[in-house]
Design a protein around this ligand. Structure first.
Ligand SMILES: *Cc1c(COP(=O)(O)O)cnc(C)c1O
Length: 377
């Protein structure tokens, strides 16, 4: 059976991106973030390939249990902590590292009776205002936790709200607050997500006992807001240019139709030909995770050349304007994002971000793993 849509996942690119992440803060340890099925790339295969990471970060205990059953033995951090005593017991039994960010989670820790001492990450709110305790409370809570005989390590952790925005002063403010907190304490720290690693690494060199937490950059996408040169053209930093796309989403041209001027294509007739136009139908739609909100003009690669999306995205199909590709024929290869077409560009045409596009690729799309079993050196 030939396939209509599939995603190539290049594990060598994943390994290269991990190396790049580590190179920014070479003294740091790396917690590779593989929550949400490794951002839709497949958590088992990605965890195997990320053998150079020191630990893994997931959102909740279910994802960590999955990793255990897949034979992963590296430490796993539950970045949102646990939701009740049962999860705490399970996490303790499995040796998961657990984030603690409020009084309730502190209680789960204090009443837990683990066989082996717990490793905890104390979540400090420095401005995200989502999870974590205040800087003032963190000082006390650190002491309380360290005083518990069943607690081993406590790592201070915070999360940036605006690290993707190079113009914002918020990140430096967050770093300053965090630095004041940990200064003088002989404790490990963790601040940076991908954008923090790429854009703020100079400001992060205050601590040598540090964990970086790269997520999106491992998958080859930069979350930074684009910079512009003096001509107003978008420019990427040298570091961003070294990121290699891990996922390439592929499909095929399945039909060609010729529209006369005045005829429209697709649901709602949202695009109308102004001249005789060949329209290509590509076998992918929102049922596969291609964003329904992709606008007219969103680029698609057909045989490696750009063609614009026209008309509305259906569940199983999209339509493109083949005017610039007179030789296009049924069966030709289409790239929706990945090698040759940046996922950020497609995401911005659909008013979203690469994270969401990756996470929404549905189970209907088979993943082909390239370079599986390859060592990372
Ligand atoms: C998801 C997540 C990350 C990774 O963020 P990216 O922007 O994908 O690099 C890091 N830390 C925490 C706490 C997260 O939840």
């Amino acid at each position: 059976m030939s396939r209509r849509v599939w995603a190539e996942i290049n594990l060598k690119a994943l390994q290269n991106n991990l190396k790049l992440a580590r190179s920014f803060l070479p003294l740091s340890k790396t917690l590779a973030v593989i929550k949400a099925d490794a951002y839709g790339h497949g958590i088992d295969q990605c965890a195997q390939a990320l053998s150079e990471a020191d630990a893994f970060g997931v959102a909740h205990v279910g994802e960590a249990m999955h990793l255990c059953s897949a034979g992963i033995v590296k430490p796993i951090l539950l970045m949102e902590g646990v939701l009740d005593d049962d999860e705490m017991e399970l996490a303790a039994r499995q040796g998961f590292w657990v984030a603690v960010g409020n009084a309730q989670q502190l209680k789960y820790v204090s009443t837990c009776k683990p066989e082996k001492p717990l490793n905890l990450w104390l979540k400090v709110n420095t401005g995200m205002n989502r999870l974590g305790v205040s800087v003032e409370r963190a000082k006390e809570m650190y002491k309380e936790l360290k005083a518990m005989t069943h607690v081993a390590e406590v790592v201070f952790m915070t999360h940036f709200a605006c690290a993707d925005d190079l113009e914002s002063t918020a990140t430096e403010t967050q770093i300053k607050q965090f630095k004041n907190l940990v200064e003088g304490l002989d404790a490990q720290s963790s601040l940076a997500n991908s954008a923090g690693i790429i854009a703020w690494n100079q400001q992060l060199r205050f601590s040598s006992q540090q964990w970086i937490r790269p997520g999106i950059m491992l998958y080859g996408s930069s979350s930074l807001k684009p910079g512009y040169d003096s001509q107003g053209a978008e420019k990427q930093s040298a570091a961003e240019q070294k990121l290699q796309p891990v996922m390439t989403l592929l499909s095929k041209l399945m039909e060609i139709k010729t529209l006369e001027a005045g005829e429209s294509v697709g649901y709602g007739a949202t695009w109308t030909a102004d001249k005789t136009t060949r329209i290509g139908v590509i076998s992918i739609g929102y049922g596969d995770g291609y964003p329904r909100h992709a606008k007219n003009g969103t680029p698609v690669l057909l045989n490696g050349k750009r063609v614009p999306l026209v008309g509305r995205v259906s569940m199983d199909m999209i339509t493109v304007d083949l005017s610039t590709q007179p030789d296009a024929k049924i069966g030709d290869l289409a790239t929706l994002w990945g090698r040759g077409l940046s996922v950020e560009e497609v995401a911005s045409c659909a008013d979203t971000i690469s994270y969401e596009l990756f996470c929404k690729v549905t189970p209907r799309v088979p993943r082909d793993y390239l370079n599986q079993g390859i060592s990372s050196s």
